[in-house]
Ligand binder design. Sequence first.
Ligand code: 5RP
Length: 274
Amino acid sequence: MDWGMRNRLSKIIRPETGRTVMLAVDHGYFLGPTTGLEEPGKTVAPLLPYADTLMLTRGVLRACVDPRMNVPVVLRVSGGTSILGNLADEGTTVSMKDSLRLNVAGVALSVFVGSQLEKQTLLALANIVNEAEEFGVPVLAVTAVGKDMVRDSRYLGLACRIAAELGAHVVKTYYCDDFESVVKNCPVPIVIAGGKKIPEREAIELSYNAVSRGAAGVDMGRNIFQSEHPVSMIRTVREVVHNNMKPDKAWDLFNALAREEGKKAHKKDKTAVA
Ligand code: 5RP
């Protein structure tokens, strides 16, 4: 693996712990104005100090994120469909040249194993890997998005392994029972998506279960930015991911941080009114 590739990978997965907290805010590329991301710049700004990597689209990056920020970007480079159409019918949306111009640490695209369009999306992954290898850019393959998939270890194991075989450097999937076997059968690091918003305590447990069973971290969106206390949530998830904080302790930490976050927001509201 060349220097550039290793350097970029080390910006995505922290070498100190071998783990990462990726903040995913790319949902709008097929969901449109997702709850919590109506103004992505405002959502992201207070979370950035606690994110190892920011995952988003070219449009939101350029329009809403301060280019002076220091967080490495994993750019979503697939899309072209919406929640109203056939999600699997994605194409590549950003050239490698533009990704490099945006100074990315990596690029991400979805694969839809088991859909009628699996071949199209898997070959798109292979093509992006071919191009990305030329420039030392890691590729994150996102698996199992969509309603039709049974997210069990058999399916997720299949999707992750295929993505890795085609050259993905990191794979994103969902946590499931027997997650260890998904990890064992995938030769590259796995990060988990958080999925739909669930109570904070459950999202903390999900993160803990995933990393303690072999995930290299999380690429989490809604369970952070849709929380009433998003900064407290990302800070807590960081402790779980990088310091193996157990769920009970992490839950106490979240509550303590949330009280502080609540007080600060209250003070800010009062100042705005005065
Ligand atoms: C959608 C994505 C999202 O980034 C992913 O689902 C992570 O976000 P969440 O934690 O909200 O599920 O890749 O295709």
